[in-house]
Design a protein. Sequence first.
Length: 463
Amino acid sequence: MDEMTKPQAAPAEPASPTASGLLDRTFGLTERGTSVGREVMAGATTFAAMAYIIAVNPAIMSNAGMDRADLVSATALAAIVGSVMMGLWANLPLAVAPAMGSNVIFTYVIVKQMGMPWQGALAMVAFTGVLFLILSLSKLREKVAKDVPEALKIGIQAAVGTLIVFIALRGAGFVVQNPSTYIAMGSLRSPPVLLTLFGLLLTPVLVVRRVPAALILSIAVLTLIGFFVPAANGKMVTSVPSAIMAWPRWPTSTFMALDIGYLFSHFVVALPLLFYFLCAEFFSTLGTLIGVTGAANLRKPDGSIPNATAAFATDATASIVGPLLGTSVVTAYIESITGVQAGGRTGLTSLTVAGFFFLALFFWPIFVIIPPQATAPALVLVGVLMMQGLARIDMTDLANAVPIVLTLLVTVLTNNLINGMALGTLSYIALEVAVGRRPQIPAMVWGLGVVFVAYAIVIAQIF
């Protein structure tokens, strides 16, 4: 089990001879100890873990009155644009796609609860993306990432890892709601729960035995087994695809459908929501970057994220392109950790993900049948690996330990990374001041504290 204590399970290896040409020079494969084959496999693994977005995002946003078929194309196209930019510009193994969570706020809060037309909501998201881009090019976001103390970075990475585990198990039905204890384990008489349990045992065994493409292999095996496992609805866990191929359609009804006039005529109403999206996107992307680059051992000796400005600007630009196509906020995906676990270290992983999303435009009926029971074990393993930083906690120094633990627990218990980051940051400031280390608190952390307090006030008014 000593191998599992390392942030990355796949050992570094020299790039293959075939990678010594243009790809090696472009992405620095040899420098980062990877190869073309490993990067492609990592991209395939990441895509397998996030392919659900092709089906889930249209299912959610269609409730806002948008055409579901057009949303399928918009989702895949936004992922292609964002992932290609991340790969070529930032050279990081981060996949980009429409954000889960933001699509729920878009549909059920902005459109259904507040009554804003989806065209106006798209304009609001695009305007938020412009603000993201301004912040990114000013390098403010890069400075935030660099000045975040190690205690907060460890807390964020561990919190993201724990949240991944919880979401994966909940999505697979292994963790369920309980009126007395709030959450409980699913019934072991349930075939889908047993399939997940089998995966939780199989996947780490494949990894520690260094089976090639362990994560994607486990996903494929569990998906195939799912064809023969009955689900609660009387069907099988893995559904038979409706077709092998399906021609995509250009998102005619959503493309360039933004209503800029509505945004400015209702700007006072939209302002709190703009602030919400700014905070949500700013800090969720920061948390994802810290988590992914930490798991891949890509951070610089001073703790900063390589090519951070390019990564942030990519995220911001993608959040402008997404609404133009017809989808909500587009962001870097925490599922990219699965690709890192498979050995991904460069932007070639992101380009591979983009390639699979391009194929998904034609073969999406096959990809969307991957059930949560198949991806949950891989995501659980990823979450466990992200928690390795907890071993560096000095539990005798409560000023460091408390913010980390609060960040982790509040994130999981509220199912919201921003809540955890906010309480972790505020407790860090309070404790550092209490022990007489006030001069050591970076100005950026003080700024984050103010932002989080303002964010809490706005959220209290909205929700």
